[in-house]
Design a protein around this ligand. Structure first.
Ligand code: GLA
Length: 406
């Protein structure tokens, strides 16, 4: 679906549901993370880019204190629609997909970015970001609705203000943590708001710094292929929280705000050892978990330097090493993701790894442009041979973050 088609569709949906044209349409993108996985909540460094696949929100303010919201989920022809009191959007008030959509409004009011009195809105949503594919459809919906409401309340130029964007990132994270109950780390919301076309974003969570890193795939005859493993994936199901729980507990036991703040890899290992012994936690598992985080942060810093020198071969080697660490030390891959990466390596792809939270979802491969088709065929065949459900393939183009589109 092109952006124009999606915008026309979301306007039509709005008009059909509410009998009027929307005040405007806002979009926020899905993402892939090139490297730096499961380190955001540890104060680490990530390198995501925003996709051109977006979630679109058509929105208008209302005179009363009701919120009406509807969405056509991918694969469905009929919209799902619901409404609620604009004053009841906090933890325990709303759940499911509505929590992702409306939680940010609550968090923006709590933070004082939006007026605290409950305003009503009509909202219609259409998404091109596939759900459950590890491409962060959740941050896309949070940031699209958040952007819409911020501009409806604070004026049409308010997204141009970097401090408003930062407040939106924080609100989207808070909504996901407190309203939805997924303890995710902030990578997804940051890139959904801050993506720039032709760039990946270095995010350093310890120092609170970001830097745009040129990522000119076309200019180098390269492509990033996304392979959706179709293995079911959910971050609210406890697996993600259990990985994060170990990292947070080791940091807390060393009285550090994050794992990385403890110090170098040796200091982190010593802290994990002490924590595991005190808690009676499996020592080997604890050491492997923190080793993933330390090594992934080093690898990501190394990979970013390579990329800045156009060393794509070296960058690809770091991608493979990242996958191995996520598979062996962090244990967040699934057989489908490992098969994709093994197949890509045998094929001769420059690099490949799972992307996002894992436990299903997608992998990415860095390839020469002419290899996109043959590699896709090779992976599809490998899935058939292994009796896995067929994977899906998407092209990934580094694109813009959240913005008004109509
Ligand atoms: C999910 C979370 C992010 C991050 C990644 C793993 O996408 O939402 O915060 O932790 O997993 O890197």
């Amino acid at each position: 679906m092109s952006a124009d088609t999606a915008i026309a569709q979301v306007k039509e949906l709005f008009a059909a549901q509410y009998g009027a044209d929307p005040t405007g349409v806002w979009a926020a993108p899905g993402r892939v993370n090139l490297i730096g996985e499961h380190v955001d909540y540890a104060g680490g460094v990530c390198l995501p880019f925003a996709l051109n696949q977006c979630t679109y929100v058509a929105a208008s303010p209302r005179e009363d204190e009701r919120i009406r919201i509807c969405s056509v989920l991918p694969g469905d022809s009929e919209p799902v629609a619901t409404e609620c009191a604009a004053g009841s959007l906090g933890p325990g008030d709303i759940e499911g997909w509505v929590g992702y959509a409306l939680g940010p409004i609550w968090a923006l009011r709590e933070a004082g970015t939006l007026p605290s009195d409950p305003r009503g809105y009509d909202l219609a949503i259409v998404s091109e970001v596939p759900l459950g594919s590890g491409l962060s459809s959740s941050a896309a919906i949070e940031c699209a609705v958040g952007s819409a409401v911020v501009e409806l309340e604070l004026g049409s130029e308010s997204l141009a203000d970097p401090s408003v964007r930062s407040e939106l990132i924080a609100a989207a994270i808070r909504a996901e943590n407190d309203v939805v109950g997924a303890s995710t780390g902030g990578l997804d919301q940051s890139i959904a708001m801050s993506g720039q076309s032709g760039h990946a974003l270095k995010i350093d969570f310890l120092h609170g710094e970001t830097m745009q890193v040129p990522f000119d795939l076309d200019g180098h005859g390269l492509a990033i292929l996304i392979i959706d493993s179709k293995a079911p994936h959910s971050l609210a199901d406890g697996q993600y929280a259990s990985r994060r729980g170990v990292i947070d507990a080791v940091a807390a036991s060393a009285e550090a705000p994050t794992l990385r703040a403890i110090g170098d890899a040796d200091a982190i290992e010593a802290a994990a050892r002490a924590w595991a012994e005190k808690e009676g936690y499996d020592l080997d598992v604890a050491l492997r978990r923190v080793r993933h985080v330390s090594s992934e942060i080093d690898r990501t810093l190394h990979a970013i330097e390579l990329l800045r020198n156009d060393d794509f071969e070296g960058f690809g080697a770091d991608m493979y090493a990242s996958h191995a660490s996520l598979r062996d030390d962090y244990e967040v891959t699934v057989p489908q993701l490992d098969l994709i990466v093994d197949t890509a390596r045998e094929f001769g792809a420059i690099g490949a790894r799972m992307t996002g939270g894992g436990f299903g979802g997608s992998a990415i491969a860095l390839v020469r442009r002419e290899d996109v088709e043959p590699l896709s065929q090779r992976i599809a065949q490998a899935f058939e041979d292994a009796h896995f459900d067929p994977p899906a393939f998407l092209a990934a183009t580094p694109s813009e973050g959240a913005r008004r589109v109509a």
